[in-house]
Write a protein that binds this ligand. Sequence first.
Ligand SMILES: [Zn+2]
Length: 247
Amino acid sequence: MFRIVGRKVNIKDYLRTIVDMKWNPQFITLHNTAAPSLAQRPNGFTEQHMRNLQGYYSGKGWPGGPHFFVDQNGIWAFNPIELPGVHSPSWNKKAIGVEMLGDYSYESFNSGDGAKVRDNTVLLIAELSKHFSFDPKTMKLHKEDKKTTHDCPGKNVSKDEFIKLVEKELNQETKIVIYRKGEGHDPAGITSGLYKDGVNYGMVKNVEAITGTSCGKTGLQPIRVILGNKYTYSWDAPNMKLYCVEK
Ligand SMILES: [Zn+2]
């Protein structure tokens, strides 16, 4: 039998445990389990369910499975993320496989447990996108694989709406931590910012109140526009903190 992780994870913590990636994932493929449906797992998955799935896939002679299962209560790590999985014929060597509990050909993806599965999956895909530098728009549905005949996930999952939710999750509030020259290791100030499409933004007024600089612009601007090359920048993505140090 192939090895599984087989437990519910805090996704940020799980991604921090990666030490040795044996492959180079390029995007995410989204699935739904169909069977079991949400109705068949009213309390979500258990560790026993993970072992049952391991036995089922191994019995088919597969060397792996999807990387994650998502239920109404959280995220389960299955195929180790360090290794390619088995979930979509064309993309096993390229894509991280995410299975959502439910049959969204008829179960709701916008209410009840279906909406909880959706929100947990949005969080998972946002974290994977940050960690592996994926653009959420590159995500694929299993049914887009020409080598598959499954209608997976079901029609209630709208790819466009799903990607919008992931993008919204990624446009998160950040902390901008500013250090002034000669003031040692205590920050001169901390203000809120926004991270969007790989760029850190801050409010000009708030940043300049800490740095004493003036960029001649107002409102929300990229930090590099506000502070230019007088500062060095270091982005702590897992903690959404941008450190700006005066040269
Ligand atoms: Zn599928």
